[in-house]
Write a protein that binds this ligand. Structure first.
Ligand code: ADE
Length: 421
């Protein structure tokens, strides 16, 4: 459909309290954008459409009950007039919202969508709400700004307009600031500091004064993750569910890529070997068991360990989050020809990073046989704490005996503090 071309983005609010909108949005970033004509804002007084000299826009509810209900006629008349005016000015049909606690939750994605519209009409309920028949006629998108009840839709409408308008090009003088903010990359924003460098004995983190932008970006990324994990772990769960998650990791000497049935020969060379699987609570595998493992391996969970230098697959490893995406268990096995060269420590460090930073885990744990000194060393080198010894709690299948089992773990708090001060 033609239309919309060259038109200023326009927000129209239908309300019983137009001054609230005009005043509330006359300050700061949005106020300036309106004054400079970057966006257009109109608050339409529903009372102007009552058709009676008392300008009465509400009435008692049928069926009784407390409070008043907004009458259908003025709301619908105001709405149709707004549509006609927009149409006459060349706008395509607008996106129409009704602010109500019954609506779907407003979020940054919706703000982004609205910022791309040319015309948005927002209907504000007041008192006990609007006559239901108007909803049937207008069919607005019902939007809520949170699980609480305000006296009317005006404050929610202002919140929606503010969040959407600041994403419209030209509204923020520095476009980058919208990209950096909380939610824009699925994380909450990192902490900010300004002068003085020391206040009441509290210092600005050293790295921010260093001028090293690589280090500053990394510090900010880790702080964002840390804050999100503490305040809104649900956001990390969503991140973890995204199909775009990484399934190939890299270290200095290794590539960790999805493992599959094509790796059978290499994988069975250690999974089927009793020396190699001596301390495992599984194995040595039959060919069928190795095939089963490879068929059920999941990208982003199970990895083939590939030596960059030769391209050889020298082991498998993985991190396995529990159902709540709270604790992930580390596991790995390397072909015995490749033991004692630091590969376990290298892949362990990367899996720990992946678990905390990409999957948003709160805790990473790793069980192993207590006499498996090689594995214990890998955990310790990666800063994991030995936090349990299960006396004769580990079944060594190869030797067919119960042996002591150790559990190592690291918390996200500890990981981020260690890496980020
Ligand atoms: N009107 C009253 N409370 C509201 C809320 N939480 N969200 C949107 N509109 C509302």
């Amino acid at each position: 459909m033609a239309g919309n071309e060259g038109l200023t983005p326009k927000f129209t609010v239908l309300t019983l309290f137009p001054d609230m909108i005009a005043q509330g949005l006359s300050h700061s970033v949005i106020g300036r954008a309106v004054r400079e004509g970057i966006i257009n804002l109109e608050a339409v007084d529903i009372r102007d459409y009552t058709g009676n000299k008392h300008r009465q826009a509400d009435d008692y509810p049928y069926g009784g009950g407390c409070g008043m209900v907004m009458k259908p006629e003025p709301v619908y008349a105001a709405y149709t007039h707004v549509l006609e005016t927009l149409n006459a000015a060349g706008y395509n049909p607008p996106r129409v919202l009704l602010m109500t606690p019954r609506g779907k939750g407003f979020d940054q994605n919706m703000a982004r969508e609205l910022s791309r519209e040319r015309a948005v009409v927002i209907l504000c309920g007041h008192y006990e709400g609007i006559d239901e028949r108007v909803m049937e006629l207008i069919k607005p998108e019902c939007v809520s700004i949170g699980d609480y009840v305000l006296s009317g839709g005006e404050i929610p409408a202002m919140a929606v307009i503010d969040a959407a308008a600041r994403l419209i090009p030209g509204v923020l003088k520095n476009e980058g600031s919208a990209l950096d903010e909380s939610f824009s990359n699925g994380l909450l924003e990192y902490p900010q500091y300004t002068r003085p460098a020391e206040y009441m004995g509290l210092k600005v983190p050293e790295v921010l004064l260093s001028g090293d932008h690589g280090k500053i970006d990394e510090w900010r990324r880790l702080k964002s993750l840390e804050i999100t994990r503490e305040s809104r772990p649900d956001m990390l769960e969503n991140k973890n569910n995204k199909s775009t998650k990484t399934d190939t990791l890299e270290t200095e000497r290794l590539v960790l890529r999805p493992v599959g049935t094509e790796d059978f020969e290499a994988v069975h060379s250690w999974c089927g070997n009793p020396v190699n699987t001596r301390y495992m609570c599984w194995g040595p595998n039959s060919e069928e068991q190795t095939r089963d493992f490879l068929t059920s391996a999941q990208a982003g969970r199970d990895f083939a360990v590939v030596l960059k230098e030769t391209g050889r697959v020298i082991g498998t490893c993985g991190i396995y989050p529990d159902d709540d995406n709270d604790t992930g268990e580390l596991g790995w096995i390397l072909h015995l020809d490749y033991w004692q060269r630091g590969y376990g420590t290298e892949l362990g460090a990367e899996l720990i990073r992946y678990g905390f930073e990409d999957l948003g885990l709160r805790r990473v744990s790793a069980p192993c046989a207590a006499v498996n000194y090689g594995s214990c060393r890998v955990m310790e080198r990666n800063g994991m704490r030995r936090e349990a010894l299960h006396v004769k709690g580990h079944w060594a299948r190869v030797d067919k005996e119960w042996i002591d089992g150790a559990v190592y773990a690291l918390l996200a708090d500890e990981y981020f503090k260690r890496n980020n001060g």
